[in-house]
Design a binder for this molecule. Structure first.
Ligand code: NAI
Length: 708
């Protein structure tokens, strides 16, 4: 038998233990081993029942995701998979009890459901998370789960993919009993009790499947819910179709429907993109010149300078991670406002049921407001979030240099300023780094970690590690203007404004990109962030722009009118007191007038062109960033855009999207824009090269990983 599976006995009860650390994934060898064990116990007259249990910390946590990629790239077979094993377990003449601790996710739950009974440790969790990878369960999960839990619960689990805790799984009928204490002992006792009694087969349990009349509203509501909350996604709809098949067709036919839908999803661009994102989120933690063993600085206390929008959010991030944090502002009113906002924010979380009052009280107790630097000597890390101005930041860092202990990390939340320049105001540039949080800091997952030329490896490694502790995805970027995210966002919004100046309506621009999958259109995003932010930056850097290059003017004119976006009740849109936007005919008329004055011909612009102009602007700038080394890999840009800029995960990020479209096609589009719209569209040399060689950004990343 495969050494991944052990077969032992406790009297008349056979025990099948899965030992495929760390999470007992269903890698090659696991199904074969279980199958052999089932054959043996079937033949063994001294066995009256069997228990299947996971060795180590979990039952089967799921499929081996690499196997999916192998299937679509032709390196592994997409055969009947687990299905035949599950039938064998279900047909076993001895009752099989699945004993679940840790997690039984995906294929793990499908295996568990093929047993005749399931018992679970109270802390265990079950789930069908395939949808998060653009897939549906492919080993009869959509057929057995509704038979155990009912159609409604199965639809919920297969469309949202979220885990279900053992007590809820018991209530739903997915598990038969919870076992306190020793799970194996309890499972063996359970097996002994049911041995010899007729064993229920899940596939024959049809009582919970309901009638078409009962189910019709459930499916209709679920489809509507998916269309609203999981916009453009195909896997959750496929999961509903498969469960509907379970409720109307015999088991075998239902399995065939599931198999077809599974294959459709597996080969879809969406699933490939989501699997790319899954691995990408792990990849970005790796920094080639900073090995895993690099020593890190313990961060047990922190301090934040500036209690504004960002500073107060960042203080919450530390408190949420259980790290005590000082929150300093120069101004008492600003400090009080920051604290009020923090309290309001936590109160809203309690109201929504996200946190218990006690948890919030504990967090609030970790945030210590102050108007002085007196206690800063204690802090292991300081994050500066004062107004965006170089002189002010340098002054603050000079002060931090004087008061902070040696070895403390001095980080800036600047979104545009030069980290090396800031570091130069201290005597310890090796301790200085950028930690660029995104607004709202306590919500957004992205943390851009900006490596200065002097930042030490320990400081970089600490921030990368800390990002996980703070519940963020840390992406390491180089120190260039706008770093990675905002550097790319600039041409993206620029094109959106150009399109308006060329005759597209504001709503058409936003709608096209929203339909593409962006969380918000670029102009609505602009209004949310504040039009004045970009305006100030443009003014500051205008002297660096090459003369004769087209400049967008509409946003600047809006700012000159005091229309800064949501915060002033008007920007590209107008806003009511609840910040609900509506189109503003005045702005539509003004943009027409400004364009006429500037001599820009007006034309009909298709949604397709809007998407191409904005998204290829991201891709072209992204290619430059990769080539210049400011992002370590193309996938780092993808993860940045998905977690910080609302790019749809099911398109894999801008660079993966370009790969999917084909780099030759992307390059041709960009070259065409170069011809018609001028110098700003000069194709990035890397894009040109990869397109000519028939390669992709993903190929380039692989090559880098291979080179270490
Ligand atoms: P803000 O204007 O809301 O807050 C700045 C705070 O710093 C104010 O409360 C002010 O009283 C305080 N302050 C000024 N000088 C100080 C000093 N010497 N000592 C202590 N406190 C001082 O600004 P916001 O939006 O929070 O931005 C802060 C930083 O974060 C900026 O560098 C900005 O570029 C960056 N950032 C902002 C984002 C946003 O969406 N607002 C996103 C990412 C980064």
């Amino acid at each position: 038998m495969s050494d991944l599976i052990q077969l032992t006995k406790d009297g008349d009860i056979a025990i099948i233990t899965i030992n495929n650390p760390p999470v007992n994934a269903i890698s090659p060898g696991v199904p074969e081993g279980i199958s052999e064990a089932i054959d043996q116990i079937s033949k063994d007259a001294s066995v009256s029942a069997a228990v299947v249990i996971g060795g180590g910390r979990t039952f089967i946590a799921g499929a081996d995701i690499k196997e999916f990629t192998k299937m679509t790239s032709g390196k592994a077979k997409t055969g009947p998979g687990l299905l035949s094993l599950l039938l064998k377990i279900e047909n076993c003449s001895k009752p099989v009890v699945m004993a679940i601790h840790g997690t039984a996710f995906g294929g793990g739950l499908e295996v568990a459901m093929s047993g005749h009974y399931r018992v679970a440790a109270p802390g265990a969790q079950v789930g069908q998370p395939e949808v998060k990878l653009g897939l549906i369960p492919g080993a009869a999960g959509t057929q057995r789960l509704p038979r155990l839990a009912g159609v409604d619960k199965a639809v919920e689990m297969c469309t949202d993919g979220n885990p279900v805790k053992a007590p809820d799984a018991l209530k739903a009928g997915i598990v038969d009993q919870l076992i306190e204490g020793d799970l194996l002992k309890g499972a063996v006792a359970f097996a002994r009790e049911i041995a010899g009694k007729p064993a229920p087969r899940t596939r024959e349990r049809n009582q919970k499947l309901g009638t078409p009349e009962q189910n019709a509203p459930i499916f209709a509501a679920a489809r509507e819910n998916v269309r609203r909350k999981q916009r453009n996604l195909i896997a959750p709809l496929a999961a509903i179709d498969a469960i509907e098949a379970a409720s109307t067709l015999p088991f075998e036919e239902g399995c065939q429907v599931e198999a077809k839908l599974f294959i459709d999803c597996l080969y879809s661009d969406q699933s490939k993109a989501l699997i790319h994102v899954f691995f990408g989120e792990r990849e970005v933690a790796k920094v080639p010149d900073i090995p895993k063993e690099t020593s890190t600085i313990p961060v047990n206390s922190a301090a934040v300078v500036g209690a504004g929008t960002m500073g107060s959010g960042i203080a919450m991030v530390f408190a949420n991670a259980g790290i005590p944090v000082l929150l300093k502002d120069a101004d008492r009113t600003a400090l009080d406002r920051g604290l009020t906002n923090i309290r309001k924010n936590y109160a809203a979380s309690v109201h929504r049921g996200r946190y218990a009052q006690q948890a919030v009280d504990e967090r609030l107790a970790l945030i210590k407001p102050t108007l002085t630097y007196d206690d800063f000597t204690q802090a292991d890390m300081v994050i500066e979030a004062v107004f965006e101005g170089l002189a002010l930041k340098k002054e603050v860092f000079g002060e931090l240099d004087r008061v902070c202990k040696s070895g403390a990390i001095l980080a800036s939340n600047t979104s545009t300023l030069n980290i090396d320049e800031i570091a130069s105001s201290t005597s310890r540039p090796a301790s200085v780094i950028g930690t660029h949080f995104f607004s709202p800091a306590n919500v957004m997952r992205l943390l851009e970690i900006v490596r200065g030329k002097a930042s030490s490896k320990e400081v970089v490694a600490t921030c990368m590690q800390l990002s996980k502790r703070l519940g963020k995805i840390g992406v390491l970027v180089g120190n260039c203007r706008g770093f990675v995210g905002n550097r790319m966002f600039h041409p993206y919004v620029r094109e959106a404004v150009f399109l308006v100046e060329e005759g597209a309506s504001i709503e058409a621009v936003d709608q096209a990109l929203y339909n593409f999958g962006m969380a918000m259109g670029p102009l609505a995003t602009n209004d949310l962030a504040g039009l004045d932010v970009g305006w100030r930056i443009r003014k500051e850097y205008r002297h660096l722009e090459k003369p004769g290059i087209r400049q967008a003017f509409a946003a600047d004119h809006l700012c000159e009118m005091g229309r800064f976006g949501q915060k002033t009740g008007a920007g590209w849109y107008k806003y009511d007191e609840n910040r609900k936007p509506s189109p503003d005919p005045e702005v539509a008329a003004l943009t027409k007038k400004w364009s006429a004055e500037a001599g820009i011909p007006q034309r009909q612009i298709s949604a397709e062109e809007i998407v191409d102009r904005c998204i290829y602007a991201l891709v072209n700038e992204g290619a430059r960033i990769v080539e210049e080394g400011y992002a370590l890999r193309a996938v780092d840009i993808d993860i940045t855009y998905i977690n910080g800029y609302g790019f749809p995960a099911y398109r894999g990020g801008p660079m993966w999207y370009a790969d999917t479209v084909g780099l030759k096609k992307a390059y041709d589009h960009i070259s065409e824009f170069h011809r018609t719209h001028g110098e700003l569209w000069e194709p990035a040399p890397l894009l040109k090269r990869l397109a000519a060689e028939g390669r992709t950004f993903a190929d380039l990343d692989k090559q880098k990983v291979a080179a270490g």
